[in-house]
Design a protein around this ligand. Structure first.
Ligand SMILES: Nc1ncnc2c1ncn2[C@@H]1O[C@H](COP(=O)(O)OP(=O)(O)OP(=O)(O)O)[C@@H](O)[C@H]1O
Ligand code: SF4
Ligand SMILES: [Mg+2]
Length: 325
């Protein structure tokens, strides 16, 4: 396994006290595999992704426990120099806003050169990278600045910088959210192509289930700082095993039923400072019973590689209340 996150807990400072926002996350990603991490705004996706190379700002938060094994080394135990050899090199990031991630005062060439592992003959390698991210137009244009590119091209340049060091793992945090739909599709195709060509492992963070269904091999659904369901994409699509996942799938507006209002999940995600007892989804769950408040459900295997934190899922499926799709 390339990346193994075990029982990861992260706190942030809020109103002068520490609040746990990642509350014990376990997640594995293998080489060549894309894991989609999905959940509503504020559930802890970005925080979990940043922590993989200890990018949580020290003044604001801390990783209080857990292990992050990358090629069997615990990243949380590395010294600053060892960490520098991994961050941005073996593990690279691409974020939502390409323009704010690119430095406006340096050319695209200069910025890709900065990310290169080998510094010999950079022109050739930069041309190779530009080609592989579909920016043939820029090859040879050594004085092209970020503002001369469209949003989609800027994101291609960011992806170019991220793969320049030939990483093993890419963390993509909402990489297409700022782009329009056609460009989104092109960027997703590019990511898939690079994944296959480079045998990249990808953590693809998104709040958009449709995108994750398109791109991921496995899906982790996060709610209030924990993974509440995990499994192969096909399983999650055909046989979701947590009421929250079912709510997310039902709230995807379908093209055939444009006029039908989509069924958003009622209520709001709880504040981390006021989490309910027991199952954290209880206040919003259509299937809740008193027993759900007794203790927070464990993530249990429910069938071939699919795990859920709902204590009622087997019962609800076997009595037909929850049907497969
Ligand atoms: N720098 C910070 N200082 C204090 N609290 C923070 C900080 N960054 C995030 N948080 C809090 O941590 C929680 C998780 O935030 P995070 O950004 O990881 O969520 P997310 O799932 O990525 O959301 P989104 O979909 O909006 O990007 C939120 O409650 C947020 O308010
Ligand atoms: S444990 Fe209970 S409240 Fe939580 S998701 Fe399952 S049925 Fe709903
Ligand atoms: Mg985020």
């Amino acid at each position: 396994m390339l990346l193994q996150i075990k029982n990861l807990k992260i706190n942030y400072k809020s109103d002068n006290r520490m609040v746990e926002v990642v509350r014990g996350v376990d997640l594995d990603i293998d080489r060549g595999e894309c894991v989609g991490l999905i959940g509503e705004s504020g559930c802890g996706k970005t925080t979990a992704g940043l922590s993989i190379t200890k990018l949580i700002p020290e003044r604001k938060g801390n990783i209080s426990s857990g292990e992050i094994l990358f090629a069997s080394n615990d990243i949380l135990k590395l010294n600053p120099e060892e960490l520098r050899n991994i961050r941005g090199k073996k593990i690279s990031y691409v974020f939502q806003e390409p323009f704010s991630s690119l430095n406006p005062v340096f050319t695209i060439y200069e910025q890709i050169r900065e990310s290169l592992e080998e510094k010999d003959n950079p022109g050739r390698r930069i041309a190779e990278i530009l080609k592989s991210v579909g920016l043939e137009k820029i090859i040879g244009r050594k004085n092209a600045y970020p503002h001369e590119l469209s949003g989609g091209m800027q994101q291609r340049a960011m992806i170019g910088m991220a793969i320049a060091s030939r990483p093993d793992l890419l963390v993509l945090d909402e990489p297409t959210t700022a782009l329009d739909v056609t460009v989104q599709r092109q960027i997703l195709d590019l990511i898939m192509e690079l994944k296959n060509k480079m045998n990249l492992a990808i953590l693809f963070i998104s709040h958009d289930l449709r995108i994750v269904f398109n791109i991921a091999d496995k899906i982790a659904i996060m709610y209030a700082g924990k993974i509440i369901e995990f499994g192969p994409k096909e399983k999650i699509v055909s046989s979701p095993a947590h009421p929250y996942t079912i709510g997310l799938i039902d709230s995807i507006p379908s093209l055939e039923h444009r006029k039908k209002p989509f069924n958003a999940i009622s209520g709001k995600a709880p504040l981390f400072s006021e989490l309910p007892q027991g199952c954290k989804f209880y206040p919003r769950c259509r299937f809740r019973i008193d027993k759900c408040t007794e203790k927070e459900p464990e993530l249990r295997d429910v069938s071939g590689g699919q795990a859920s934190r709902c204590i009622r899922i087997e019962e609800l499926k076997s009595n037909g209340t929850i049907k497969n799709r």
